[in-house]
Design a protein around this ligand. Structure first.
Ligand SMILES: Nc1ncnc2c1ncn2[C@@H]1O[C@H](COP(=O)(O)OP(=O)(O)OP(=O)(O)O)[C@@H](O)[C@H]1O
Length: 320
């Protein structure tokens, strides 16, 4: 067997794999039987209300807190293993910055702690400062930084040592809308490089835009998890506005899903078609065309992550 063959046949390990992970503090289970799989290079959103056990889970994944029972594997090994730890990046929600340092000194300090060689740091620090939008500001001390700039510096620290798995706890809480877009771009860039990202965020619209998979947790338990497509890509009500609703057109739409007539809007009659799959959207436009009618609006009212989150938390309210 050639070396190339043996390398290609060893599968890339999952970024994160936990089985029945549990943490009990003073007879109170704050994480209860958590089973998660995060693929290599996947952006995973870990969502839940305050006190759901998210930070405790992240600490167990980082090897900072020992599980009471269950197993954890990150990048195919133990988070206690220094070789594995070297490949993890972490931006905690409340980072204790060494505010007397300049951003460059701060990054140099953390880079050295992570075992990055001085020569490599000299090249890498300006690169990450640029990447997080702090290019040219690295010589200033952190105590003069705004909250948003500090968050960017924290992010630079998390990605400095080229980790293969990054944990970001509320990475955009102090950022303005431009900063949030930039962080989304940074996450997309990490994903493109094959880096997995485990994201805790309360900003669900943001999670929706960057994550491949999400898990909803409450009171230490996973209520639901799946890919974005599985969670949000199912049935979708679609509003259709045309010049005239003819019997032919109505019959064609009924073949696609349940149809409900809507009041006229802006002079156009309309219906709501309950499509069972998002993928059927073009069939509506086709049906309108084939019926010889003019299409004025085709609006899918997709459920969003926030709606799903609220629904789940409400349904499981009694277990809180
Ligand atoms: N060291 C500890 N000792 C005792 N209880 C703890 C400890 N750490 C966390 N807890 C409790 O575990 C529960 C889960 O806390 P955790 O910080 O993991 O939640 P979270 O989902 O991260 O919340 P938030 O969104 O508010 O950050 C809380 O009730 C908290 O009080």
């Amino acid at each position: 067997m050639t070396q190339a063959h043996s390398l290609s046949s060893s599968p890339t390990p999952l970024a994160i794999s936990t089985d029945s992970l549990r943490k009990v503090y003073k007879n109170h289970a704050v994480v209860q039987g958590l089973t998660l799989k995060v693929g290599p290079g996947e952006v995973f959103g870990f969502l839940g209300p305050n006190g759901a056990g998210k930070s405790t889970t992240v600490k167990m994944l980082l090897g900072l807190v020992m599980p009471t029972s269950g197993s954890v594997s990150v990048l195919g090994g133990s988070p206690q293993d220094p070789e594995i730890r070297r490949q993890l990046g972490f931006l905690p929600e409340q980072f204790r910055f060494q505010t007397w340092m300049t951003a460059q000194e701060f990054l140099n300090f953390h880079g050295r702690l992570a075992g990055v060689k001085p020569a490599e740091l000299r090249a890498r620090i300006p690169q990450v400062l640029e990447q997080v939008g702090l290019g040219g500001r690295g010589g200033e001390t952190l105590n003069g930084y705004s909250k948003g700039m500090l968050q960017r510096a924290g992010l630079a620290q998390a990605i400095l040592a080229r980790p293969r798995l990054v944990f970001l706890d509320e990475p955009t809480s102090a950022l303005d809308p431009i900063g949030r877009v930039e962080v989304r771009e940074i996450i997309a860039g990490l994903k493109a490089e094959g880096v997995a990202v485990f994201l805790n965020s309360h900003l669900l619209s943001e999670v929706e835009q960057v994550c491949d998979h999400v898990a909803f947790v409450k009171a230490g338990e996973v209520l639901q998890q799946g890919s974005m497509a599985q969670l949000l890509g199912g049935a979708v009500p679609v509003e259709v506005r045309v010049d005239l609703l003819t019997p032919d057109l109505l019959a064609a739409l009924r073949r696609l899903g349940e149809v409900q007539e809507l009041p006229e809007a802006f002079g156009h009659p309309g219906v709501q078609v309950q499509l069972t799959s998002n993928a059927d959207l073009p069939l509506i436009a086709q049906a309108v065309g084939e019926a010889g009618r003019r299409l004025y609006a085709l609006t899918p009212h997709r459920p969003d992550l926030e709606g799903l989150f609220l629904e789940l938390m409400d349904t499981h309210g009694e277990t809180a």
